[in-house]
Structure formats: structure tokens, C-alpha cells
Write a new protein. Structure first.
Ligand SMILES: C[S@@+](CC[C@H](N)C(=O)[O-])C[C@H]1O[C@@H](n2cnc3c(N)ncnc32)[C@H](O)[C@@H]1O
Length: 238
């Protein structure tokens, strides 16, 4: 039976399903390609060893899952979790095309209620998904629940640059330019108006680190990327 999601999550899933065919191209253009280097860094921090298992929360079209599988031991596997079936269908096609589909398990599901047993994965990775989650503390607790002792989470997400002048410039780009550019490029204008709305209330890097600790993780640290436009939070499961 297909899972049913709360209203916020249904709307998010529908939005990502709508933009799925254009998601990769728009992503590269709107980020000027910087997301590629950010993902590379996250993957380097999350590499899986022999027979280890990873979970990619909000897999989308599969960039992180594919990158992680390529960088990891050939006996490792990744569970690719996403709310939006069309995003996941693209990820699946790409996994088949890259010969990695036998090492990936696509699952339609919600980060707030991860359909995996306790202590069943060695790594949780997530790219640009936390901003969209309705109940982030709950979702972080779920990540903690499914991560084995000594396992690690690596969370890549947009953030708030600490330098106020740069932050203002960035907000102007993100709130004024990016949604219009997305519309011009044939994207879904409403979906890209959602972009800034999703970032504004999102916690600053220090606050997100505190939330990760509150969820039960230890050794929480973060790296700012590109003057703080994005950040990677890393923590271990005690
Ligand atoms: C901006 S995309 C990022 C996709 C991919 N990780 C990447 O790096 O390109 C966010 C993805 O998270 C998914 N998502 C949002 N909320 C979610 C939730 N509560 N549980 C699982 N997936 C979620 C969306 O459907 C979408 O595919």
C-alpha cells in the first residue's frame, strides 16, 4: 500500500514531483555549479566501507546516492528515501544507467518516520532536504534511531552566511533573482518562489548543530561552504 503523508509533506512531494524533470538542470544553473563541489565534500565525509549500509534522506534525483556509491566500497549499499515518487523514479533510472542499481534500494517514505529498523545503517547522508521537512527535530531523532553506534550523519544544506553584507547580497539573489531565473528557464515559478520561503525560517548553522546534539548525536561539528551559503553538519551516533 502506498504511504500516506501529512498535508505539508503531500504538498512538498507534489511540488518536487512537478519539477522533477527539470530539477537537475535548474539546480546546476541556479547554484552556478557550486553544488557539485559541496556534494563532493559531503560524499568524502560519508564514504562507506565493506558491507556498510548508508541512508540518503531526500534522495531526489540521486546525486548523493550515486556519488556515495561510486566513492564507497563495492560491497556497500544505500537506501534512497524520498517523499516524491517522480524524483525517485529519475534516481532509479540514473542508478540503472550507471550500473549501480543493485547497490541501491529506492524507498518512497518520510524522513519523519523512517521505514527502517533501529540501528540499521552506518551512515545517514542528506543533501538540501532538511529545509523541506515539516518536523525537523523528529526527523533528526529518526536519523539517530536508525544509525548504528559509531555511525555518522553528514547533512549538507543551504545556510545563512555569517557576514551580514554578503548575507544581504545572497538574500537578494536567492529571493529576487533565482525564482525569476527559474521561471525563465522553464521551471515552475511557484516552486522556485518556495525556495526562499524554505530558507528564511531554517536554523542558522550553530542552531542546527544544537538541534543535531539534542537529537542524541555526539561530536557535532559543521563546516561552512562558500562563505556560509551552505554548511555540512557531521556527527556520530554514541
Ligand atoms: C531539494 S531536493 C534535494 C535532492 C537531492 N538530495 C539533491 O541533493 O539534489 C529535496 C528532496 O527531499 C525530498 N523530501 C522533502 N521532504 C522530505 C521528507 N520529509 N522525507 C523524505 N524526503 C523528503 C523532496 O521530495 C526532494 O526530492
Amino acid at each position: 500500500m502506498a504511504p500516506t503523508f501529512p498535508r505539508h509533506d503531500r504538498e512538498i512531494a507534489e511540488m518536487f514531483d512537478r519539477i522533477a524533470p527539470r530539477y537537475d538542470r535548474l539546480n546546476r544553473v541556479l547554484s552556478f555549479g557550486t553544488d557539485v563541489a559541496w556534494r563532493r565534500r559531503a560524499i568524502a565525509l560519508a564514504r562507506l566501507g565493506p558491507r556498510q549500509r548508508g541512508l540518503d534522506v531526500g534522495t531526489g534525483t540521486g546525486d548523493l546516492t550515486i556519488g556515495l556509491l561510486r566513492a564507497s566500497d563495492p560491497s556497500s549499499v544505500v537506501v534512497a528515501l524520498d517523499l516524491a515518487p517522480r524524483m525517485l523514479a529519475i534516481a532509479h533510472r540514473r542508478l540503472v544507467a550507471t550500473g549501480l542499481s543493485r547497490r541501491a534500494v529506492p524507498v518512497v517514505g518520510n524522513a519523519e518516520s523512517i521505514p527502517l529498523p533501529d540501528a540499521s545503517v552506518d551512515r545517514v547522508v542528506s543533501g538540501f532536504t532538511l529545509r523541506n521537512i515539516g518536523d525537523l527535530p523528529r526527523s533528526l531523532r529518526e536519523m539517530r534511531r536508525v544509525t548504528r553506534s559509531d555511525g555518522r550523519i553528514v547533512l549538507l544544506e543551504l545556510s545563512h552566511p555569517p557576514n551580514e553584507a554578503f548575507a544581504a547580497l545572497y538574500r537578494w539573489y536567492f529571493e529576487r533573482v533565482a525564482p525569476r531565473a527559474a521561471a525563465l528557464l522553464g521551471g515552475d515559478a511557484a516552486a522556485y518562489r518556495y525556495l526562499p520561503r524554505s530558507l528564511r525560517p531554517f536554523p542558522r548553522a550553530e542552531d542546527l548543530a544544537r538541534m543535531v546534539g539534542d537529537a542524541g548525536f555526539a561530536d557535532v561539528r559543521f563546516e561552512r561552504l562558500t562563505l556560509g551559503i551552505a554548511a555540512i553538519h557531521v556527527a556520530t551516533s554514541p
